[in-house]
Design a protein around this ligand. Structure first.
Ligand SMILES: [Zn+2]
Ligand SMILES: [Zn+2]
Length: 177
């Protein structure tokens, strides 16, 4: 189900980027250059319709357990919102790991909003790799985002750590004596 939607999404997304129709439909979504979770469903009605059309396709083509649709929808929503958070949740090395690299990251879709010619896929890094539409700098950019995240975390920890503050006070006192 997810693999089917992954393929469906990649190819309809590429179609939406086709010059002749981009400005009529998908441009609405690309108005957010640095997206937020609210951009996930900031779509033109035609694109929204195209997106949900996957449901009847699934219903009529593959046999599934009733709960599968719920899990599938939760995963879709999760990936969609994550992809627009502008925050990286995955650990360093994720995009170079021999299995995990096949799974997309928030950085991947965030880059699509800045470099619209790359990173069309939703869940898996499969079609972008096969069709050579992954941004050439994707892996580096991912590691840079992690680096920034860690620096921010370290800075926040320093600010909030009473021990650190006490230590510097003690150091100050020592200096005074
Ligand atoms: Zn987007
Ligand atoms: Zn797009």
């Amino acid at each position: 189900m997810i693999a089917l939607h992954d393929t469906y999404y990649y190819w309809t997304h590429r179609l939406l980027h086709w010059k002749k129709i981009f400005k009529y439909v998908h441009k609405t979504h690309h108005l957010s250059l640095n997206p937020t979770p609210f951009s996930a469903y900031a779509l033109h009605p035609v694109e929204a319709l195209l997106d949900v059309s996957i449901i009847p396709i699934i219903v009529f083509t593959i046999p599934y357990h009733a709960s599968a649709i719920t899990i599938f929808s939760a995963y879709t929503l999760g990936m969609n919102v994550l992809g627009h958070t502008g925050f990286e949740f995955f650990p360093s090395g994720f995009t170079q790991h021999k299995i995990f690299k096949w799974h997309n990251t928030p950085t991947h879709h965030n880059m699509h909003h800045r470099y619209a010619k790359y990173n069309f896929s939703i869940y898996f890094n499969f079609w972008d790799r096969v069709m050579k539409t992954n941004h050439p700098n994707y892996e580096n950019a991912f590691e840079k985002v992690i680096e920034q995240r860690n620096t921010l975390k370290a800075a926040a920890a320093l600010e909030n750590d009473p021990l650190e503050i006490n230590m510097s006070l003690a150091e100050q006192e020592e200096l005074l004596n």
